[in-house]
Design a protein around this ligand. Structure first.
Ligand SMILES: Nc1nc2c(ncn2[C@@H]2O[C@H](COP(=O)(O)OP(=O)(O)O)[C@@H](O)[C@H]2O)c(=O)[nH]1
Ligand SMILES: [Mg+2]
Ligand SMILES: [Zn+2]
Length: 216
């Protein structure tokens, strides 16, 4: 299972990063979970952003659980731990999102380095330089990995990217053309689902962005 650790701010939440990582996990048939860290920074005017993120990755549609957590207050961390108990999971996420802090939260005696954020850009500084497997209890382990600027999905063939967006699945057989790639084709059931709100516009937009990036 992959934990995609993103902070809801500092650094700013990136749908691009999260959607790439989700697609990458799906391509390898790995389960994925979204961890929305730094909820201690939440204030009243962040309500809209939080609702927007939760709607975009809505579990009913995408199948991905989302855990809002904070490594400072500990909120949400028990629910997350229950979800991963007994498994070995790998974390990925932008530099500075708080991956190492999360392991440290669960395992305070651990000697790991936590990075300071660049005060100008709120970006992380790649403090974790190698992957490290840490046991949280006898049967549960987390692999901390170096932060990434970007998660590449170049290895996913263009025609297969559609299968890496689980919420498209119900519509794929209903497109007019068998080889529909859900871009500009007429009679596309995926696009109709986006228009009537059954598929998130943001998720679909990421799909089209990624498709346009891919040449073949
Ligand atoms: N406010 C707040 N800051 C956090 C939280 N988790 C991590 N940080 C801070 O974010 C920065 C980057 O953390 P780090 O764990 O090194 O991120 P990584 O690059 O994803 O491993 C550090 O300054 C942490 O103290 C959190 O839940 N809330
Ligand atoms: Mg780290
Ligand atoms: Zn289509």
């Amino acid at each position: 299972m992959v934990l995609i650790v993103a902070s809801f701010k500092h650094p700013v939440f990136s749908d691009g990063f999260v959607c790439r990582a989700l697609a990458g996990a799906s391509w390898k048939d790995l389960k994925a979970v979204i961890v929305l860290n730094k909820m201690d920074l939440f204030s009243a005017h962040d309500e809209e952003l939080k609702n927007r993120i939760q709607a975009t990755y809505d579990r009913e549609r995408t199948g991905y659980p989302l855990f809002p957590v904070s490594c400072i207050t500990g909120c949400g961390t028990n629910e997350l731990l229950e979800h991963i108990r007994g498994m070995t999971v790998v974390m990925t996420g932008p530099s500075g999102a708080g991956k190492t802090s999360l392991v440290k939260y669960y395992n305070p005696s651990l000697d790991v380095r936590i990075g300071a954020l660049n005060p100008k850009t709120s970006r992380g500084k790649h403090t974790t330089v190698a992957a490290q497997l840490i046991y949280l209890d006898k049967n549960t382990a987390v692999i901390d990995t170096p932060g990434l600027r970007m998660f590449s999905i170049d290895h996913i063939p263009r025609n297969d990217l559609q299968f890496c967006f689980p919420e498209f699945a119900d519509y794929l057989d209903e497109c007019r053309f068998r080889d529909c790639l859900h871009l500009t084709e007429p009679g596309c059931a995926v696009k109709s689902a986006v228009e009537n709100g059954s598929i998130s516009k943001i998720r679909y937009r990421k799909y089209t962005d990624f498709m346009n990036e891919k040449k073949t």
